[in-house]
Design a protein around this ligand. Structure first.
Ligand SMILES: Nc1ncnc2c1ncn2[C@@H]1O[C@H](COP(=O)(O)OP(=O)(O)O)[C@@H](O)[C@H]1O
Ligand SMILES: [Mg+2]
Ligand SMILES: [Zn+2]
Length: 331
């Protein structure tokens, strides 16, 4: 399981900033309190020596160590008590000079020992949703909002859609990077985008790096990188990504969802992009979900054999059936 690397980097940096901010606030407050109360300053100086005192006691060794230690502890407690009283007398809250961390559990480090703190995990999920490319789709399209009654007119269709739903739910709940590939096919308006968004959301929530992209958008991203402004002109006809290149995400993310395959104007360029993505991901063993309105025969007609046979051979097909839900919702 690996969160999106870029998000991880950004969030780690944000945690460092957050941590430092809390420390700076504590430092400023400490100066303020010391200015207001020389006694507290004196106490803090004594408290800061505690570590040294313990070390000295340990180094001097012998039978007196335990005794020295409990003396130090007692003195320490007395100082803490006196400090709290002074602080209260000045009207300060008792935690005033402690760093005001947003998360007391991890003290804004993002980690509790070697385990990632829940607060950071939540941030990574939110960032993962934001950078997934799903955008507004996430607002309405989830397993929770998917209804089977749109398919109830035909019992066979209903059975088939129930089965698709079950398979996709299981896929999302048990997703790992060897989950395999799915091909969601069928006419427009039957819920392919809806359910693949639902899968994406769940898989991101479970901590994986997911990219959702429409076919037209995917190819134009390759085009931009290959021919557009900012391309270094050194890439020849290679499709392998260079620095600062978004297309790397298509081949490296843990789940790629490619929507509306077949809506692009298919030409040699788009074909080689598609082949490149397919080939890279298959050889890395990284899962994909492709959505298409095309049938198997149409896929074979439209794409070169090396592409069609990979899609038909490596993807588990889920056929969507019924009547356009978008139109049913209008009535
Ligand atoms: N079973 C369903 N329950 C609720 N809404 C659905 C269902 N199927 C489709 N929709 C909605 O109908 C619209 C079209 O569905 P969509 O998933 O885009 O179809 P497709 O991708 O198969 O063309 C979307 O707004 C979607 O949220
Ligand atoms: Mg769609
Ligand atoms: Zn935390």
């Amino acid at each position: 399981m690996a969160y999106n690397r870029e998000n991880y980097r950004k969030i780690r940096a944000a945690y460092q900033t957050k941590y430092q901010r809390a420390q700076d606030i504590a430092d400023a407050r400490m100066r303020e309190v010391h200015a207001a109360s020389p006694e507290i300053e004196e106490i803090d100086r004594a408290l800061n020596r505690t570590g040294l005192d313990i070390m000295e006691a340990a180094l001097s060794g012998g039978d007196t160590y335990e005794k020295r230690l409990s003396e130090i502890r007692e003195k320490n407690e007395a100082l803490q008590k006196r400090r709290a009283a002074c602080l209260a007398a000045l009207g300060y809250p008792k935690d005033y000079t402690k760093p005001p961390f947003e998360c007391p559990t991890c003290m804004d480090s993002g980690f509790v020992e070697t385990k990632m703190c829940d607060c950071m995990r939540r941030e990574l999920i939110l960032a993962g949703l934001a950078s997934s490319g799903l955008g507004k789709l996430l607002e309405t399209q989830s397993f929770g909002t998917f209804r089977l009654d749109f398919y109830k007119d035909d019992p066979l269709v209903l059975e088939q859609m129930k089965r698709n739903l079950q398979i996709l739910r299981d896929y999302a709940e048990t997703f790992t990077t060897n989950a395999g590939n799915l091909l969601l096919c069928g006419n427009t308006g039957l819920g392919k985008t809806h359910l693949s968004t639902a899968v994406a959301r769940r898989v991101i929530e479970r901590g994986f790096d997911v990219v959702y992209v429409g076919a037209i958008e995917l190819f134009s991203e390759f085009e931009r990188v290959r021919f557009g402004a900012g391309s270094d002109g050194m890439r020849g006809d290679r499709l392998a990504p260079g620095a600062g290149d978004e297309t790397a995400r298509f081949t490296e993310c843990e789940l790629l969802i490619l929507d509306d395959l077949g809506t692009e104007v298919t030409n040699q360029f788009t074909s080689s992009c598609l082949y490149y993505v397919l080939n890279e991901r298959i050889s890395r063993g990284l899962p994909m979900i492709f959505n298409t309105n095309l049938t198997g025969t149409e896929l074979r007609k439209r794409y070169a054999d090396r592409i069609a046979s990979r899609i038909l051979g490596e993807f588990r097909p889920l056929v969507f059936a019924g009547t356009d839900v978008r139109r049913q919702k209008l009535h």
